[in-house]
Write a protein of this length. Structure first.
Length: 336
């Protein structure tokens, strides 16, 4: 039986780093307070380009495989050259691909990512076709211990209910890293689903939005408090929660202890794409190996910090040997 099945999106990502573009602060736009502008009709040079597999399910599956976890990727691709290259890459990484659905009527997903070289921030242009057609079936989920549920597209509510039913029927565990659009489209459903979740991954903005949308808290001083966010979400059902906030690092709790660790970037910041996915795969791999919460946090921080030193979400993912050489650089602080 497989240890983990990662369910969600896969794609091919193409990265164009650039020093061009005017970065503008727009504080009056609360949902997009920083923007970048290019001359309309302009033509801009990128000194290099990089390609990588992408999509949360693929990124996390590769991260788990590199750390020695038996894992399959359950997603939807086109029966095209792009889809075949995605499958080949996953297989080369040791990820099981028999659950990849090949559909001749759709195009495999592709993203073009503009990376602002000065900051490592990025703008993603994505074309979703195949991932919108994913229909999860219980039959394909039966032979696994854990379901790692990431951003779901298309009929995502139906897929989420199928995942819930599978977990209940087959006594499976669920790790959840929801997409922003899932949280925005149906925050009540996502909150209710937390009762089925063993391990929850969110960034701080997502945690705040989940509480705000469900009117669990509206006072800004509480919403800006990571400890409050963790404790409030813990009451909704998860056994373990990990919360990330970029350079400020990450927090985790299981209700008995709470830890925080600052970010660690051994190669500096090149591209933020995939940092959250890398944290999730690192933390989760350590959790599956039975390591203490403190060590899980170290694995997550190191994996994320190494990934953002490369273009793409998978080139910087660590194997076990390299991970063990890094974790001593991360010194978590116990808060509870």
């Amino acid at each position: 039986m497989r240890r983990v099945t990662c369910v969600g999106s896969v794609s091919r990502d193409i990265f164009f780093p650039t020093h061009e573009g005017l970065i503008m602060k727009t504080p009056e736009d609360l949902t997009a307070q920083v923007k970048v502008a290019f001359e309309l009709g302009g033509k801009f040079r990128s000194d290099n380009r990089y390609e990588s597999i992408g999509g949360v399910a693929a990124n996390v599956a590769v991260g788990l495989a590199r750390l020695g976890i038996e894992v399959a990727c359950y997603s939807h691709i086109g029966n095209d050259d792009l889809g075949r290259s995605i499958q080949t890459t996953l297989e080369q990484e040791g990820v099981q691909t028999h659950l990849l659905e090949k559909d001749p009527t759709v195009k495999s997903d592709l993203s073009a990512i503009i990376v602002i070289a000065q900051t490592g921030d990025r703008i993603i242009f994505h074309n979703r076709d195949a991932n919108e057609k994913l229909h999860v079936t219980q039959q394909k989920l039966s032979e696994t211990d854990w379901l790692y549920v990431s951003a779901l597209n298309g009929p995502w509510r139906d897929n989420l209910m199928t995942l819930r039913q599978s977990a209940q029927k087959h006594h499976q565990h669920i790790a959840l890293n929801p997409g922003q659009h899932n949280l925005k489209d149906d925050p009540r459903l996502m909150l209710d689903f937390l009762h089925e979740v063993d391990v929850l991954f969110l960034n701080k903005d997502e945690a705040i939005e989940l509480l705000l949308k469900n009117k669990l808290e509206t006072r800004s001083k509480h919403l800006n408090d990571e400890r409050f966010l963790l404790e409030t979400l813990l009451h909704e059902g998860p056994s373990v929660i990990a919360l990330t906030d970029g350079k400020r690092g990450a927090w985790t709790t299981n209700g008995k202890e709470m830890w925080h660790a600052l970010s660690y970037e051994p190669h500096g910041l090149v591209d933020t794409t995939g940092g959250g996915d890398a944290f999730g795969s690192g933390f989760f791999a350590a959790y599956l190996k039975g390591f203490p919460l403190e060590t899980c946090l170290q694995y997550g921080i190191c994996n994320a910090g190494n990934v953002v030193g490369f273009y793409g979400a998978t080139p910087g993912l660590l194997d076990e040997t390299t991970m063990l050489s890094f974790i001593g650089q991360v010194k978590p602080t116990r808060l509870v």
